[in-house]
Design a protein around this ligand. Structure first.
Ligand code: CO
Length: 219
């Protein structure tokens, strides 16, 4: 697609929207109240709104290569804090996609440059599940299993943040989900990660947990 075509598309999109609702943009400009935060891959084939059939104002979005959650990433953490504490989203979704190029690259031992520092986070996931992954002979199946396991680990990383831990202390109705989108058929696979069950033994991340001996934590 040519660069100038983007402006032509923009004008005709505005026209179409105004035809349906003359106040469409006026209303949207007054504020947002999305119920969902979507953390997905930067891949051009995984647009949050289109794959979920939602519209402007419905989803707060953060995307990076291979939907990785790093707790020193000021960008993602700021998005998470704003979404949870100010917008008060009800669902945080980590969405990977089968055939993810970032995950594939992380499985190689080849040098890719700066991006290897980012992909290292996915190698760390591989190491955790190396026995299971090494047992998968088909390369594509192995990539896709790591895509799922990567989403699982990133969901846990979200749960470990003080932002989510604090939110849970006040309000239990904030849900964290792990999805994998299938580019080949357009369908979303919910990994049905049971965060409550998985996290009941991880009180170490719970900052005000009265059941933990405080001095042990202070070390
Ligand atoms: Co990807």
């Amino acid at each position: 697609m040519e660069y100038k075509q983007l402006f032509a598309n923009n004008r005709s999109w505005v026209e179409k929207k105004l035809k349906k609702d003359p106040e469409y943009f006026q209303k949207l400009s007054e504020g947002q109240a999305p119920k969902f935060l979507f953390i997905g891959c930067s891949d051009s084939r995984v647009p949050a709104n289109q794959i979920t059939g939602t519209s402007h104002g419905d989803i707060f979005v953060h995307r990076n290569i291979a939907n990785v959650v790093v707790h020193t990433d000021m960008n993602l953490m700021s998005v998470l804090q704003y979404a949870v504490e100010v917008l008060k989203v009800k669902h945080v979704i980590v969405c990977g996609h089968y055939g993810c190029g970032g995950v594939k690259a992380a499985m190689e031992t080849q040098y890719h440059g700066l991006i290897d520092k980012w992909l290292r986070n996915i190698k760390d996931v591989y190491r955790l599940y190396a026995d299971e992954l090494n047992a998968i002979k088909d390369k594509e199946a192995r990539v896709n299993r790591l895509v799922e396991l990567n989403v699982r680990e990133q969901v846990y990383k979200i749960c470990m943040t003080s932002i989510i831990q604090k939110a849970w202390q006040k309000e239990k109705s904030l849900h964290v989900h792990g999805w994998v989108y299938n580019m080949a058929d357009g369908l979303i696979n919910d990994l049905e990660i049971d965060v409550e069950k998985d996290f009941k033994d991880f009180a170490i991340y719970d900052y005000d947990n009265e059941t933990l001996p405080k001095k042990d934590l202070q070390g």
